[in-house]
Write a protein that binds this ligand. Structure first.
Ligand SMILES: Nc1ncnc2c1ncn2[C@@H]1O[C@H](COP(=O)(O)OP(=O)(O)OP(=O)(O)O)[C@@H](O)[C@H]1O
Ligand SMILES: [Mg+2]
Length: 374
């Protein structure tokens, strides 16, 4: 069986990873020069993949303890502490770092219950955290501990914007206070909510103000993506012209996940040649498969919001949604209410702004609105 080389989740190895050479070097350099970093991009652009790619590089792998925490699921400080504790504990299991190994004893003191997660096969540890004070103490102890390890540590908080939703007060200040004291730990904060993260790191009244280097992850450059895609198909003797790959990139706006997904589904066809006709056919079946999600979005919106979203999809983006030309063409009603509808669609992450143009965030949804939603 041929392995599908187009991943639609996770990271395996550099073989399945396109380019990101400059971005990888930039992050490595920040780590080596002890700078903390904040990585921001649109959803599904490749932040998590890039972090794992950096972790895969020899000079990082062999010289640092690597701890990755995805805090997307955390709804409060205790849950975040739990995720951090599990990540650190699992690193202890693997490490040869003698200082770190010593800390296993510390864990049996504060977290007596250990179990193997049947899905991830990692050890889950159950801390007894009943209140904010205990969560704070545990975080502080964990930070003190990793700071003392022989090797320096790279600690990643992915989906860091979540902390803004925690009910506890002063979470940022608490974390910042402890983090500031760790000179042997390099932090990478990552997330997709640009307005939340930018405000957190660039507002001078906030605890994390200018504490990190900001890095915005853009799209993978077309030429290297074209080469990557063609190479993967040609490797298994599937023909695909440069023009056809350009079509894939155009349809998916070069947005990593959508490029990967469409290519994954094209690879699946087992055809000897991928033509533009096949590309459109496959795309159509993806959009049809997703239809029930798209109808679901509709239920979340008012009539006007939905009409506006549809109009933006149909036009493949709009600069001035409240212009009379646009509202008349799409029968959107009073221009005075357009601004609040735009705000609401931005908040729901159904649209975003790129180069002064509002676009539908989900590329496939955008295409569906354009092609199928009369
Ligand atoms: N450089 C790359 N080459 C090939 N595939 C990639 C690359 N970067 C990411 N991917 C793939 O693209 C998809 C999205 O990437 P990833 O999950 O890293 O994005 P993300 O920005 O972390 O998304 P989210 O905001 O939803 O967490 C995944 O399937 C991943 O395997
Ligand atoms: Mg991610």
């Amino acid at each position: 069986m041929k392995t599908n080389p187009f991943l639609t989740k996770g990271y395996i190895s550099p073989e399945y990873f396109c380019n990101r050479v400059n971005e990888t070097n930039k992050i490595i350099s920040a780590i080596k020069n002890s700078r903390d970093l904040t990585l921001i991009s649109l959803r599904r652009m490749g932040k998590t993949g890039l972090i794992h790619h950096v972790f895969h590089q020899n000079e990082i792998k062999s010289n640092f303890n690597l701890i990755y925490c995805d805090i997307y699921q955390a709804t409060n400080l205790a849950e975040m502490t739990q995720i951090l504790g599990s990540a650190v504990f699992n690193q202890l299991e693997k490490t040869t770092d003698r200082m770190l190994k010593k800390f296993k004893r510390f864990f049996s003191g504060i977290a007596p219950s250990l179990s193997i997660n049947p899905i991830t096969l990692q050890t889950d540890i159950d801390f007894r955290i009943e209140n904010k004070k205990q969560a704070e103490m545990t975080i502080q102890q964990i930070f003190l501990m990793i700071n003392k390890s022989e090797k320096p540590t790279v600690l990643v908080f992915d989906e860091f914007q979540q902390i803004e939703k925690f009910p506890e007060k002063n979470v940022e200040a608490i974390l910042r206070t402890y983090i500031q004291q760790m000179n042997n730990v390099h932090l990478i904060y990552s997330g997709s909510s640009k307005h939340i993260l930018s405000a957190m790191f660039s507002d001078k009244d906030r605890p994390f103000y200018q504490s990190t280097q900001l890095m915005e992850l853009g799209k993978i450059d077309s030429n290297s993506y074209i080469k990557f895609i063609r190479d993967k198909f040609l490797f298994v003797d599937i023909k695909i012209s440069e023009k056809s790959v350009q079509k894939i990139l155009r349809l998916t706006r070069n947005h990593t996940y959508y490029v990967q997904y469409l290519c994954n589904r094209l690879f699946e066809t087992n055809l000897n040649e991928i033509t533009e006709k096949i590309i459109l056919e496959r795309l159509t079946s993806i959009l049809k498969e997703n239809e029930s999600y798209y109808y679901g979005y509709r239920n979340l919106l008012t009539e006007q919001q939905y009409l506006l979203l549809k109009a933006i999809g149909k036009e493949e983006g709009v600069r001035q949604p409240s212009s009379r030309k646009f509202t008349n063409k799409h029968k959107l009603g009073a221009t005075s209410t357009i601004n609040s509808a735009i705000k609401s669609l931005l908040n729901k992450e159904l649209i975003f702004k790129e180069n002064d143009t509002y676009k539908v965030y989900d590329v496939f949804f955008s295409l569906w609105l354009k092609l199928f939603n009369k």
